[in-house]
Design a protein around this ligand. Structure first.
Ligand code: HEC
Length: 175
C-alpha cells in the first residue's frame, strides 16, 4: 500500500515537473489599445489603478507575469481564463464594440461586481481580494460611463438627455 502511494506521488511530481516546460503562450501586447480604452471611456486615474490591479490581466491584451504566474499549474490556469475572459470582454477591443455592445458590457460589468463574481475566485487567492470600496468605485464609474455612452455630447438636445437618464435608471431598477 505504502509503495503504491509513493509511486502515485512520484508520477504526480514528474507530471508537475514536466508541465513546467510546457509554457502557455503569453498575453503581451503594447499598452496602446488599453490607453485608447482609458481615453475613450474616460477612465479616471483611480479607476485605472483598480482595473490594472484586478481586471486587465484577463480582460485586456496585456497580462502581468509575476514569477508565481509563470509556475505550472498556475500558468495554465491563467492562460485558459485569459482566453475565456477576453472572449467575453476585452478592453483592448473597446473601440470596435458598438454603442449597444459597450452598454451591454458595462451592464454586465456592474452586475458581476455587485454579485461579487469578478475577479474570478482562484485568481483572488493569489492576487488578493478586491475591496468593497474599490468595487463600488468601479461600479460608480461604469454607471456614469453608461449614461455618457447613451448620449453622445453633440447630438441630443437637453430635453432628450433627461429622458435617456431617466430611462437608464428605470431599466436598472426593473432588472
Ligand atoms: C482570472 C481571470 C479574470 C479576472 C482577473 C477577471 N475576470 Fe472577468 N471574466 C473572466 C472569465 C473567464 C469570464 C467569462 C466567464 C464568466 O462569466 O465567468 C469573465 C467575465 C466577465 C464579464 C462578463 C462579460 C460578458 O459579456 O458576459 C465581465 C463584465 C467581467 N468579467 C468583468 C471583470 C472585472 C470588472 C474584473 C475586475 C474587477 C474582472 N472581470 C476580473 C476572467 C477574469
Amino acid at each position: 500500500m505504502l509503495t503504491k502511494i509513493k509511486n502515485i506521488f512520484i508520477v504526480l511530481l514528474l507530471v508537475l515537473i514536466i508541465s513546467q516546460f510546457l509554457r502557455p503562450e503569453k498575453n503581451e501586447a503594447s499598452y496602446d489599445s488599453i490607453a485608447n480604452f482609458e481615453d475613450l471611456a474616460e477612465v479616471t486615474p483611480e479607476v485605472k489603478t483598480i482595473l490594472q490591479n484586478n481586471c486587465y490581466d484577463c480582460h485586456s491584451n496585456i497580462t502581468r507575469y509575476p514569477l508565481h504566474m509563470e509556475v505550472s499549474p498556475v500558468s495554465h490556469y491563467m492562460a485558459y481564463h485569459i482566453k475565456e475572459g477576453k472572449e467575453h470582454f476585452n478592453v483592448s477591443n473597446w473601440e470596435s464594440y458598438s454603442v449597444q455592445q459597450k452598454d451591454h458590457k458595462l451592464d454586465k460589468f456592474i452586475k458581476e461586481l455587485e454579485e461579487k463574481e469578478m475577479p474570478l475566485k482562484p485568481y483572488t487567492w493569489i492576487n488578493g481580494e478586491l475591496s468593497r470600496a474599490d468595487a463600488d468605485k468601479l461600479i460608480a464609474w461604469a454607471k456614469a460611463t453608461r449614461i455618457k455612452i447613451r448620449q453622445p455630447k453633440d447630438s441630443l438636445p437637453v430635453q432628450q438627455i433627461d429622458t435617456v437618464a431617466v430611462d437608464s435608471t428605470m431599466i436598472s431598477m426593473a432588472q
